[in-house]
Design a protein around this ligand. Sequence first.
Ligand SMILES: *[C@@H]1O[C@H](CO)[C@@H](O)[C@H](O)[C@H]1NC(C)=O
Ligand SMILES: *[C@@H]1O[C@H](CO)[C@@H](O)[C@H](O)[C@H]1NC(C)=O
Length: 197
Amino acid sequence: MEFTKSLILIVSISSLLLSINAVPTTSYTALTPAASEPGRLIGIRVIPEVILFCKDTENPILCAETIVPYFQGEFNPIVALHSEFEATLNQSLKVANIIAQLQVPKEAIDALDICKKQYEYIVDTIKEADELLNISNVVDAYYKFASVLAYRSACEDAFVESNGVLNPFAEDSLIVYQLGGNCLAILDGIINSNYRF
Ligand SMILES: *[C@@H]1O[C@H](CO)[C@@H](O)[C@H](O)[C@H]1NC(C)=O
Ligand SMILES: *[C@@H]1O[C@H](CO)[C@@H](O)[C@H](O)[C@H]1NC(C)=O
């Protein structure tokens, strides 16, 4: 189901990418898969700016999905980036909440403690990155997001060393990695002047 939706989105985004050269960047393009398809972006307008904004990230579909619902009117890359930060923060808070309620076998207690700490760091660091973005310090915001990914890896590694106990929140943690990676890629794009500020 999720896969089918993603596929619809990939096809839609690909055709939007193809049409970018053909349409003025101010025009709106409706993403409306067949009415019977429960695509996640049905009813939401995706403007070419969002496609351009997300296209260099590792997960452009996730990027578009997390950004599109959160802006009205004219596209603003900084507002879009704030949304991607917030999506990463929300997902990290979700993982932190899972960790707080989790019971694990004793082999994994140390790993869980490490993860608890790492996700505290992650939440604080994303908030710091958001403050930096607010004062247009994109370079330091970039380094903050690099640390977010490092903290997240430290948690994953702790489970690798927990005598065969698998990470019970691996799927949710993977989404933190994908969203955080998107933020990093977008910041990198801004630093390398692909976007005007
Ligand atoms: C993050 O969570 C808050 C509170 O639940 C919600 O209002 C907001 O829309 C979410 N933001 C994103 C980008 O998902
Ligand atoms: C950054 O600015 C936005 C928009 O003005 C605001 O909503 C947000 O709370 C600010 N974030 C921080 C961490 O100060």
